[in-house]
Structure formats: C-alpha cells, structure tokens
Design a protein around this ligand. Structure first.
Ligand code: ADP
Length: 490
C-alpha cells in the first residue's frame, strides 16, 4: 500500500525531464540577464565619465581663455557657465575653503553643494548619494585663475536617467523571461514526449512478451541512437534466452526420450517373462537383459546429473599436478583386455611426462570416454592409436581409430547433448559422453576437436595448457552459445 502510494507521488521520467530542461534553461537565462545588465550599466557609467571629463576640460579652457580679472568677474563667469551646464542636466559647484563660490539655487542642488562641502575631496570621478537618496556621478577639476589661489570645481551628473534606463531594461527582460520560462516548460514537455515515445513503444512491446513464446522482438527505428541500441541489446538478450529456452526444451524432450527407451525395453522383457512359465535359463537371459537396461539407465542418469550439476556450477575441480602420460598409460592398461577381447589393437608408446594442472578424476573420466568410444565404434581387426605429446605450452592428447568415422553432417553436432549418429543409437550409448568431455576440457582451459581421418575412422584431439601456463581456467559455456569445434579432414 505504502509502495503504491510512493509510486503515485514519484514524478515520472517525463516530468523530471521537463523540470530539468526548464531549470537549466532558466538558469542560463538568469545568468545571461545578469551579464547583459552588468555590461549595460558599465557602458552607461563609462559614457557618463567621458562626458563629465570633457565638460571639465571645456570649463578649464573657458577660464584660461577669458582671463577674468578678479574673483568677482570669475564668479560671474562661472555662474553663467553653471546655467548653460544645467541645460545638460549638470550641476556645477565651485568652492573655496570655507565657502561655496558658485552653486545653483535649486533646493536639491544647494543641499548637494552643502553635502559636498562637508565631505573630503575624495577620489574623482566617484558616485555619491545625496541625503535625499539620489545618486550622482561627480568629476572634479582644479581651476587656477590668474592671481587667485587654485580651487576645485565639481561637476555632478544625476544618475536618475541611468537608473531609469536600467529599470526599463529590467522590466522588459523580466517580461520576456516569464514568456521564455513558459515556452521552455511547454517545449520541455513536448521534447520529453518525443524523446520518450520510443521508450513507451518498447515498454508496450516488452509487456506483450510471453515467456512461452520468445519470438517477439522490440522494434528498431534504424536511427542507431541510444534507444535503438537499448532495443538491440534487449533483442540480443531475447535471442539468447530463446536459444537457451529451446535448448532446455530439447534437453528435457531428449532426456525423457532417452529414459523412456530402456524403461520400455525393461517393461517388454518383463511382460514376455510373465506371459508363461519359463525355465531357469530363459529367466537368466531375461534378467541379464534387464540388468543391461539398468546399466544403461544408470549411465544416462549419471550423465544427466553430471551435466545438471555442471550447469549449476556445482562441480568443484581440483587443481593438482597431473601427468597426462601416466594417466593415459593407466587407462590403457585397463582397456587393453577389452580391446583384445574385441580383436582391436590398442597402440600406445609411453611418452615422456606431460604435466598439466587439473583434476585427476575428471581427466580420467575424459580419457575413459574417448577410449570407450574409439573401441566401441571400431570393428574387430581395427586399430586405436593413442598419442600424448607436449607442444610448447600445450599438452596434446589424441585418440585416433580406424572405425566407422563420424558422418560429415553429424560432425558439427557431435559435442551436443544427446547427439548420436543414427547408426550409433544401437550402440547403447547415451549421447552425453562427448558433452561431458567438452565440459571437462573447457573447465581445464583447453579445447577438444573431432575430425575424420583421411582414410578411415576418426580422431578426437584434446589440447590442454601445460603446467605453469597461465591458461585462465574458465567455466564452460552452454552448448547453444559456443560449440566445440569439429573439423573434417578429407
Ligand atoms: P555415446 O554414448 O553415444 O557414445 P557420445 O557423446 O560419447 O555418446 O558420442 C556421441 C556420438 O558421437 C556417438 O553416438 C557416435 O555417433 C559419435 N562418435 C563418438 N566417438 C566416435 C568415434 N570414435 N567413432 C565414430 N563415431 C563416434
């Protein structure tokens, strides 16, 4: 309930996009406005200073040129000048120590003159504020009339016009800014809707996906943008999920089929036995066939269990030092009687030690599976040749036989689970042996290959990293994603 409520009040992606677009644009607008206002006020100040300075220089020239005889004549001349300066909005104030010489009669100007006379001379030009709160820009010049002590004259320019210009500027920019913010909210809403439209389509398509039918895919616009890349990534994931799903379905179907065959055979044998009373020899035969089917079932269940545990990452491999030559030699000793019994010559020259890091029992299982197959698929009178050799940083282990060979169209699938060449179904195998071999080899950081011999038979080759080689043992990948290589030598 509380999570539903919090979801209700959590702003959606669209609102957040709109908010941030507006926030960023408004911040830029405020910064731009502040900068423009600063520039405008600086320009106005500079123009005022230039104007005041030129007026001061004109005044000094005026006094120099007219050579006023005596202070009274100078004062009268300055009063005339003050009047003409007022026309430009300027207030002229001349003062001598202790007395204001010239100052306009207007009330404001008079008060300003009194205020200035009380203040120290201070820097020039400068901005002062009158007691009435008005701002003035003040420029000073020192007049040196003939025969009189020099005295300062100050020209004051009221800044009210500047302030009016700036207030006008503020008013217009604020009105424009409000319109801009409203436009950016609307623009942000439109933009976010446009940007999120493909996402909405992808969400709708993703909702339609059915775990039982993983054939649906997200539509790509073909623009190659980030949303397209996201859709392609999801589609890629769906491809792999679909492949895994198919593999799982096939595996379950194959496993049920393989389990059913020995069970059906056992049931048939039992039914035959029960049809009529039989003698001891017949019962012995039937029990023998039942035992064979039991062995087949056990082999199958063990294989399934191994692969299920391997898929679940539950098989722990030891990492001890293993001499592949010695290991293969021991297995050959075990298989020699069987090969002899079947009229097959098992050839092997004990090579020098070939060391790898690995799990001896799993590597033994690998060798057993390959020898088992080679003997199983070779006719009496044939030959199985085993080879172990170290090539650089690799240990190669080959089992070559002169048997039936692997049909070319089966060669690429030979390491798939339950894959058996048709003729081999009668051999009684489970079709899991080579899948298990591949898992063991890959878990040891190696590779396994199957190839047909130019003349007859086939060769299974395992390449493992030699002891001390940094092979980077890796977890084997599932069949669907990476098939062990199978080649044809013709
Ligand atoms: P199986 O239990 O059937 O032997 P495997 O996974 O070990 O299962 O082998 C899969 C199939 O590969 C076999 O059924 C057979 O068709 C083929 N195969 C494997 N090894 C050989 C070989 N040495 N010669 C011919 N065919 C082979």
């Amino acid at each position: 309930m509380s999570s539903a409520r919090s979801r209700l009040f959590r702003p959606g992606l669209r609102s957040r996009l709109t908010f941030w677009t507006t926030a960023v644009l408004t911040s830029c607008l405020i910064a731009g406005f502040a900068w423009a206002r600063h520039c405008l006020s600086t320009i106005l100040e500079e123009r005022n200073d230039v104007f005041l300075m030129s007026e001061c220089l004109e005044l000094r020239d005026f006094v120099r040129e007219n050579r006023f005889g005596g202070l009274d004549a100078l004062e009268a001349g300055l009063r005339r000048e003050a009047k003409s300066h007022r026309l430009f909005g300027l207030i002229l104030i001349a003062r001598r120590p202790g007395a204001v010489l010239v100052a306009p009669h207007a009330m404001g100007a008079r008060r300003l003159a009194d205020q200035l006379s009380r203040l120290d001379l201070g820097p020039s030009p400068r901005t002062i504020h009158s007691e009435g709160g008005r701002a003035y820009r003040v420029e000073r010049i020192l007049l040196e009339p003939d025969g009189e002590a020099p005295f300062p004259v100050e020209l004051c320019l009221p800044l009210s016009e500047n302030q009016a210009t700036l207030s006008q500027f503020d008013g217009r920019v604020i009105a424009g800014g409000v319109a801009f913010v409203i436009a950016s909210v609307l623009g942000g809403l439109w933009l976010s809707r446009q940007a999120l439209r493909p996402v909405a389509r992808s969400i709708a398509a993703a909702r339609r996906l059915d775990p039982a039918d993983l054939s649906a895919r997200l539509a790509l616009t073909g623009g190659g943008d980030e949303l397209d890349q996201l859709a392609a990534t999801v589609n890629d994931l769906l491809d792999r999920l679909a492949a895994f799903h198919t593999q799982l379905k096939n595996f379950t179907a194959d496993a049920s089929h393989e389990l059913r065959s020995p069970l059906a055979a056992m049931r048939a044998a039992i039914e035959v036995a029960l049809q009529q009373p039989r003698d001891a020899r017949e019962y012995q035969q039937i029990l023998g066939s039942l035992s064979e089917q039991c062995d087949r079932l056990t082999e199958l269940v063990n294989g399934l269990l191994f692969l299920a545990r391997a898929d679940a990452g539950q098989i722990e491999l030891k990492g001890t030092r293993v001499d592949v030559s010695a290991l293969v030699g021991d297995m050959i000793d075990l298989y020699l009687p069987l090969a002899e019994e079947r009229g097959i010559s098992l050839k092997w020259d004990q090579p020098p030690p070939a060391l790898v890091t690995g799990d001896p029992s799993r590597l033994g299982q690998l060798v057993t599976n390959l020898l088992d197959n080679a003997i199983k698929f070779t006719e009496p009178g044939g030959e199985v040749r085993v080879l172990v050799l170290q090539v650089g940083h690799e240990v190669h282990f080959k089992v070559a036989d002169t048997g039936s060979g692997i049909p070319i169209d089966h060669l690429p699938h030979i390491f798939d689970r339950f894959h058996q060449a048709n003729a081999a179904r009668s051999s009684g195998g489970s079709g899991l042996g080579l899948s298990i071999c591949r898992w063991i080899v890959e878990a040891h950081g190696g590779v396994i290959q199957a190839s047909n011999n130019p003349g007859l038979g086939s060769t299974l080759t395992v390449v493992l990293p030699a002891l001390g080689t940094n092979s980077g043992r890796r977890k084997p990948v599932r069949e669907t994603f990476d098939r062990a290589s199978a080649t044809v030598d013709v």
